[in-house]
Design a protein around this ligand. Sequence first.
Ligand code: PRX
Length: 674
Amino acid sequence: MALAAARARVLRALSPPHPLGQVLVAARRRCSEAGAPGALPPGGYRAWQEQAARDPAGFWADLARGWLRWDSPFHTACQPGRPAGTARWFLGGRLNVSVNCLDQHVEKSPNRVALIWERDEPDTAVHVTYRELLDLTCRLANTLKKYGIQKGDKVAIYMPVSPLSVASMLACARIGAVHSVVFAGFSAESLAGRIVDSGCKAVITYNQGVRGGRIIELKRTVDEAVKNCPSIKHVFVAQRTDNKVQMGDCDIPLEEEMTKAASVCTPESMDSEDMLFMLYTSGSTGKPKGIVHTQAGYLLYAALTHKYVFDYQQGDVFGCVADIGWITGHSYVVYGPLCNGATSVLFESTPLYPDPGRYWEVVQRLKINQFYAAPTAIRLLLNYGEEWVKKYDRSSLKTLGSVGEPINKEAWQWFYQVVGEGRCTLVDTWWQTETGGICIAPRPSEEKAEIVPAMAMRPFFGIVPVLMDENGKVIEGNDVSGALCIAQPWPGMARTIYGDHQRFVDVYFRAYPGYYFTGDGAYRTKQGYYQITGRTDDVINISGHRLGTAEIEDAMADHPEVPETAVIGYPHKIKGEGAFAFVVLKEQVAHVDRVKEELKTIVASKIAKYAVPDHILVVKRLPKTRSGKIMRRLLRKVVTEQSNNMGDVTTLDDPSVVKEILDAYQKYKEKSSS
Ligand code: PRX
């Protein structure tokens, strides 16, 4: 009933209807030009959305047939799974993702540029054609095979963005291995945890990384990590710098081996539902979970959203500045753009290196048409003033995109007016590691006029959002808020958590049976648009990087003098959110400042530098309910200075704790500002 109502709402929002027949003919024609998508016919979006909501299986089947190159066709487009809300897609079909991303384009335009590697060193960009990327990928794939990596094996990739990192992902796809890219800013312990959980047989890394003019000791971190990873048989080491690093028995010089390897590698024919990759992300409890994406559905969804959210046209230069260590890099640096035959920019540097004009200098030099970044970077840059932007020609820009965290109105306006000169479409895109691709975003082209600042607005084709109340009931109507769920499966959604399907079911499908629960809250405006209001759980978002507060607490629990901690997110001007830690020390601890510094070091070494709390406040005790649960809600009120509105504190074990913490916070604030 609720699903029917949600679908009906999508359909109602799409009036007036457009002639479906005409649109689908156009869709098929466009599909048959996979890799060379053309312009949409007038009214196309609405009719597509209508069909996707009415007949999802038929809609996606049509697109999958035309958009992807298959070894053998699928017999069933969508098979609903258990629990309700899950599904498997394109059953019986076989294909290879690297063929879709490389070979099909090499056949038609081998010299088209696939990647532009904007290296950290300014003005030293490297262009890689589709033919060259296929060559790199095949040599790398053959090297992996030579060292025993086979279909189904797991391979960790611990590299910043570069053509070799992309080739590593595609090489895994070519031979049917499963990649697990680990953001190269994660510590040895985080890397080791992910390798052990996924049972990786090999790691691919660089001797060193270079970022913002600084050297990052990647190989050293890998060495430290693999000491505790018995599953690792080989470490493939590529050279990013000329510096020599210690090579051990299981280390293999990657480029040397690739030179010896054959440049042709027969692609493995994969089942649509075989694993393509896993990517670890944080939840509100426990260790990070390995989100699993499969072959065909993920690729199709990444490619379509790349095309239609950004209005990508053939010949455009697509600039997504995300790292491949995050899902944004997977879907909009690698798989979406390459499946569509695009030229994709790999940005290795930082927005401030060598100066705050870097992004816009790159836009000018590489003539970037779509520019996709995180609000954190925009907030950071707006503080440096407009001159850094205006110094450079941005006339190539057509679409701007924002991702990963809420974009505040000021940042949106600056991005739109200053960077985009008020003439580019700006899309605030909402999605998650689990969704595979963008789910809610204003769409460009025909609906330009309707974009509301700082709002994700509309569901993508086939996405049926619903809002739920506290009792698990669907909230109808507009001008309402609730927990954001998605009522109908789509091909890009994650299939499981690696090694723990029950956790997958519990986290995403138990709270609202039959619906995918996102963990976010949303407001549906009077016009029926969606505005994301933030996480409803203990997940925080620091500079667009998702982190469970429990992970930080677990790390700090390792300190022998800190029996208890509670971490919450608080609003941060640049990072969006920062971590604020409340800690209880053992009574006899004298050197409080030393302990605080040690706690920061522990978090950096157990997780990553970005996870280090900005504030650590020592308190005598934490606010707990009679059953011993920490009431983080109260801590949030203290830090956001809403102590006059603490809400219900009657379940507290001892309500006097509130005043105690407020006093400690007040003193801390006075001390910090003096
Ligand atoms: O809370 C939402 C926030 O980021 C979470 C997903 O994080 P992750 O899996 O790391 O993927 C980030 C890149 C897609 C979401 O649950 N989020 C993402 N995009 C937005 C957002 N919050 C507000 N507005 C967005 N546009």
